[in-house]
Design a protein around this ligand. Sequence first.
Ligand code: SAM
Ligand code: SF4
Length: 338
Amino acid sequence: MTARIPTPFPAVLTDRFDRRIDYLRLSVTDRCDLRCSYCMPKGHHDFTPRAGWLTPDEIERVAAAFAALGVRRIRLTGGEPLTRPDIDEIAGRIGAVPGIDDLSLTTNATQLAKHADALHAAGVRRLNVSLDTLDPKRFRAITGTGTLAKVLRGLDTARGAGFSPIKINMVVLAGVNDHEIDAMTVFCGTRGFVLRLIEVMPMNGTAQPPARAGATPDLAAIRLRLQERFGLVDAMVPGGGPARYLRSPDGFYNIGFITPISQHFCETCNRVRVTADGRLVLCLGRENSMDLRALLRDGACQEELIDAIRDAIAKKPERHDFNVPQHRPLRFMAQTGG
Ligand code: SAM
Ligand code: SF4
């Protein structure tokens, strides 16, 4: 246990477009035990060496710096965060940072069964689990290598451990899994999960922009159809994210729509990302970033770290460029921290 890092002043972090930044997505690894077609380019091997990852001490310092700047919520992500051997320790360190009152995790759940209790004890409360299909063969086809049963076991264990809410992230792929949306709605409703339907973003070497390849079906039409079939109405679901939600009046079904392409939500963006190797990424769809690891390893004190983060946030771009046909970010999702 290291000495607690002080959070010297309560603050509110805003960018030059008056957006309040109160949410950090912190990637702990760019590695993964799956190879989802829309996330990692085929044959990718060029991972960050482990020595390049921020250590638990460095992660704690980064979390404390953001807390000092008014960030209250941190989500652990990756790559697959549960492939990092010290993930339970990292969660515990962040969970103990004064000012961080909402610690959450995004995972593919292949290893959730063995980590659920430790993560909950460390202070993680909210979980997002990626699950695009309920068919074992299709699951393997989309993820390249995965076993659906492990994910379902992980979800059961997480429910028992008391995580709430548990949200299921389903990336909707035309002609691949879009016919499973109704079955997924029922699956989530009966287990008390929130289903979120996500448009594919065109990242480097992965999915094509929808206008060119039809990778994402029309979520607006899907929304209307689900609304009628399940009797859904507009709803608010806690979490601070960009999803727009529908709910059945009895609360049984909860479905969110994340539409970065067809209806971008940049004007209300409240988040930044830190990659596993300590790069502060200001926008998922742009290249602007700053090297926090260099500062940490060059001996910067906590105040210098805080000042550098504040200065970087001032340069947060106004919006992403996903809809510009020639544009796609140089990073793919597992490198940035989705
Ligand atoms: N491995 C964990 C998981 O899959 O939940 C965490 C990291 S993953 C990069 C985070 C989220 O990004 C997942 O829900 C995944 O579906 C989503 N994602 C990855 N690539 C995407 C893309 N090109 N477009 C939209 N969502 C994507
Ligand atoms: Fe791995 Fe998550 Fe990317 Fe799938 S979406 S390859 S599980 S990081």
